[in-house]
Design a protein around this ligand. Structure first.
Ligand SMILES: *Cc1c(COP(=O)(O)O)cnc(C)c1O
Length: 486
C-alpha cells in the first residue's frame, strides 16, 4: 500500500512505519480508510497513479533545496519600508515555544493559566507605559484589525454622546488599511492631500461637525515626524472629534516620545513590527490597541485584570464594542513581544529607536545626490527616494528588480502614493554599518548601470530562480494547479 503525504508525495508504507514509530512496541499504522459513503463513487480513485515514489533522502534534499530559495531577514538585508522587517532575537522563539505557554488550551480556566494571564497583563501594562495610553487591549490579530477596533471604539464613544458623525479624515500618505478600516467601521473617508508633514490649516479646512475622527500615522509613511501633531489634536478635540494614530511606525518613537502624550486618543501597535515577531507573507500578527481613559470603557473584552493577588479575564461590560477575536488574540506573538520588552528594558528600547533612526539617516546621507529625495525634512526611521534622477529610461521597478541580482530584498516601492516612483527604505536598528554600506554601494552601482548600461536594469533580475514576472497576470489569472515543467 502507498500513502499520499500532504505534500502529494507518496510515502512507502514500510518507510513510514519504520520512521514514525521507531522501536515502539505494538505500534500499528493508523487506519486511513476514508468512509466511502461520504464521497460519491465517481470521485474516489480506484488506484493512485502518477506520483513519484521517493526515498527519504530524496524528499529531504528536495525540501532543503527549496528552503534555500527563500529570502528573509535570516538570509540578508530586508529594507522593506513601512513593514519594519527587523531581525528578531531567536530567544523569543524559544520562549514562545515553551510547552507551558504554547500548549495551553484557550478555554482553560483562569486559575490554571495564571502564568499566561500574568504575562498578558504585564504586556498590557508595558505597552500602556511605552505609548502613554491609559488602557490597552491585546485582542486584535493585526495592525489592520487594531485599526478597525480603534475606529469602532471611536464610533461607540460618539454614539454614547448621541452624536451621529459620519466622516473620517485621512491624509494621502496613509497606509491603505486606514481608509479600509474607517470604511469597515461605517465611516465615509475624506482624503486630505497632505504634502509631507500635515499642517493645521490642512486639517482645519476639512474639519466640521460631521467629522468623527482624524487618522494619522506618526511618524508618517514618508518617515517624517508630524511636528504639528499637538496643535492638530487640540483643534480636532475642540471641534468634537477624536484622533486615531496608526502606530505601525512606533519603532521610530519607542522610548523617546509617547503618542499618548501628544494628544492622540487611540493607537494600534503592530507587535509583529515593533516588538519582534517574524512576519511577512501575510502573518502572523498582533495589533493591540491603546486608548485614553475616556475611551477605555468601549474597548473589546475580555481583557486581563489583576486584583493584586491573581489575574482574571474580565467579562465584556455594557459599553464595550464586544469581542474582536474568539479567544484572547495571537498569544504566541504576545509572548515574543513580552520577552523582547523585558530583555531590552527601557534603555534597550530607546537604544533600538536611536539606532533605527541613525541607520535610516545614514542611508539617506549616502544616497542623497545619487537618488532624488523629494522631502528634505529630517527623516526618522525610514527614508523615501524617487526614481526621478534614474537615467536610461529606468524606473523604480527596474531598480528593485536589479537589487535582487545584488542579493537584496527590494525596498517598498511605489508607496507612499504621494511620491511618484517612491523607493521607501527602512533599514531598522538591527543592521550594521557594513551591511548598510554594502547596500548603499549596490544602490549607487545600480544608478551607474542605469546611466551606462540600462539594459541590465530592464532585464533584471537575471540571477534569480525566476526572471521578471507578469505580476498583474499572476494576480488575475493565478495557476493554482501543479504542472510538470518543460
Ligand atoms: C503594516 C502597516 C499597517 C497594517 O498593519 P498589519 O499588521 O499589516 O495589518 C498599517 N499602517 C502602516 C503604516 C503599516 O506599516
Amino acid at each position: 500500500m502507498t500513502i499520499i503525504g500532504t505534500s502529494g508525495l507518496v510515502l512507502n508504507e514500510k518507510l513510514l512505519f519504520e520512521h514514525s514509530a521507531p522501536g515502539r512496541k505494538g505500534y500499528s499504522l493508523p487506519k486511513l480508510d476514508v468512509p466511502k459513503t461520504e464521497l460519491a463513487a465517481e470521485l474516489c480513485r480506484e488506484e493512485i497513479s502518477g506520483f513519484p515514489e521517493l526515498s527519504e533522502v530524496d524528499v529531504v534534499r528536495h525540501f532543503t533545496r527549496l528552503s534555500t530559495w527563500n529570502y528573509g531577514v535570516d538570509s540578508g538585508f530586508y529594507p522593506l519600508g513601512s513593514c519594519t522587517m527587523k531581525y528578531n532575537p531567536k530567544v523569543n522563539e524559544v520562549v514562545a515555544r515553551l510547552p507551558g505557554l504554547a500548549d495551553i488550551h484557550p478555554a482553560t480556566p483562569a486559575h490554571l493559566t495564571q502564568g499566561m494571564l500574568g504575562l498578558m497583563y504585564r504586556l498590557q501594562e508595558s505597552l500602556a507605559e511605552i505609548s502613554g495610553f491609559a488602557k490597552v487591549t491585546l485582542q486584535p490579530a493585526a495592525g489592520a484589525q487594531g485599526e478597525m477596533t480603534g475606529m469602532l471604539v471611536i464610533r461607540a464613544w460618539h454614539e454614547a454622546r448621541g452624536s451621529k458623525r459620519t466622516k473620517v479624515l485621512i491624509p494621502a500618505t496613509a497606509h491603505g488599511t486606514n481608509p479600509a478600516s474607517a470604511a469597515l467601521a461605517g465611516y465615509d473617508v475624506v482624503p486630505i492631500s497632505s504634502d509631507g508633514v500635515l499642517t493645521l490649516e490642512e486639517v482645519e479646512a476639512h474639519m466640521n461637525d460631521d467629522v468623527a475622527a482624524l487618522m494619522v500615522t506618526n511618524p508618517n509613511t514618508l518617515g517624517l515626524f508630524e511636528t504639528n501633531i499637538e496643535a492638530i489634536c487640540k483643534l480636532v478635540h475642540e471641534r468634537g472629534g477624536l484622533v486615531y494614530c496608526d502606530g505601525a511606525n512606533l519603532n521610530a518613537l519607542m522610548g523617546i516620545a509617547r503618542p499618548g502624550d501628544m494628544g492622540l486618543d487611540v493607537m494600534h501597535f503592530n507587535l509583529h513590527k515593533t516588538f519582534s515577531t517574524p512576519h511577512g507573507g501575510g502573518g502572523p500578527g498582533s495589533g493591540p490597541v491603546g486608548v485614553t481613559a475616556a475611551l477605555a470603557p468601549y474597548l473589546p473584552g475580555p481583557g486581563v485584570e489583576c486584583d493584586g493577588k491573581s489575574y482574571r479575564l474580565e467579562s465584556v461590560n455594557e459599553s464595550s464594542i464586544g469581542r474582536m477575536m474568539a479567544f484572547h488574540g495571537n498569544v504566541g506573538i504576545m509572548v515574543r513581544a513580552y520577552a523582547y520588552i523585558r530583555s531590552m528594558g527601557p534603555t534597550g528600547l530607546k537604544h533600538a529607536t536611536e539606532m533605527a533612526v541613525l541607520n535610516a539617516n545614514y542611508v539617506r546621507a549616502r544616497l542623497e545626490g545619487v537618488y532624488d529625495l523629494p522631502y528634505k525634512n529630517r527623516s526618522l526611521h525610514e527614508v523615501v527616494f524617487s526614481d526621478k534622477d534614474l537615467e536610461g529610461g529606468c524606473h523604480t521597478l527596474d531598480l528593485a528588480k536589479r537589487l535582487i541580482d545584488y542579493g537584496y530584498h527590494p525596498p517598498t516601492i511605489y508607496f507612499p502614493l504621494v511620491v511618484k516612483g517612491a523607493i521607501m527604505i527602512e533599514p531598522t536598528e538591527t543592521e550594521s554599518q557594513e551591511v548598510l554600506d554594502e547596500f548603499c554601494d549596490a544602490m549607487i552601482a545600480i544608478a551607474g548601470e542605469a546611466r551606462d548600461n540600462p539594459e541590465l536594469l530592464h532585464d533584471a533580475p537575471i540571477r534569480s530562480k525566476v526572471r521578471r514576472l507578469d505580476e498583474t497576470a499572476a494576480a488575475r489569472k493565478p495557476k493554482l494547479k501543479w504542472e510538470e515543467v518543460g
